[in-house]
Design a protein. Structure first.
Length: 179
């Protein structure tokens, strides 16, 4: 039997203090984002390192460079929001930067040791790069923005954010046809 005196509604509140409390980054979330982006950078480097011709190398490098700045910005803003010490900030930035280079060297070693007629290892690496990119962009970045409500936000603004997300996704998908 249901108790009629209990209010089961979940209040939605948009005041600035509530937003600041939930939008404030934590050190743990910054480190988790660093791990995800660093793993993604290693996979990107692997994809560059296993490129077998100039056309592949150019298209993969272009794709990596096209979003590397955005990944760095996302990581940097998360680290700044966590209010970590400057030394820790620099160390984590160095780790993120170095992971791509490690991936390229690992890819070059892998390319030298893989049978050129067997495309399975290269396909697996490409799939892992794509999967980590989708995870980081959708789960770590886009969902946080889509779920953040602002005091002056309206349903129209939230809908526009969602539409912009899908338009960006479609634009990048169509870009893949030519790169």
């Amino acid at each position: 039997m249901r108790d009629e005196t209990v209010n089961y509604e979940h209040p939605v509140h948009y005041h600035v203090e509530h937003l600041a409390e939930h939008a404030r980054g934590s050190l743990l979330s910054s480190i988790l984002l660093l791990l995800a982006l660093s793993l993604h950078s290693i996979f990107e480097g692997l994809a560059i390192g296993v490129a077998s011709n100039t056309t592949q190398l150019t298209s993969i490098t272009t794709a990596v460079l096209a979003h590397k700045a955005f990944a760095g910005y996302a990581l940097g803003s998360a680290m700044v929001a966590s209010a970590m010490k400057n030394l820790h900030f620099l160390i984590l930035c160095f780790v993120f930067s170095f992971c791509g280079i490690i991936g390229v060297f690992l890819g070059m070693i892998l390319e030298d040791n893989v049978d050129p007629d067997n495309n399975v290892p290269i396909g697996i690496i490409s799939s892992m790069v794509t999967g980590t990119f989708l995870y980081v962009s959708i789960v770590e970045i886009a969902m946080k923005e889509l779920m953040t409500h602002r005091e002056d936000s309206s349903n129209t603004w939230d809908l526009l954010k969602l539409v912009a997300f899908f338009v960006g996704y479609l634009m990048m998908s169509f870009l893949a046809l030519w790169v």
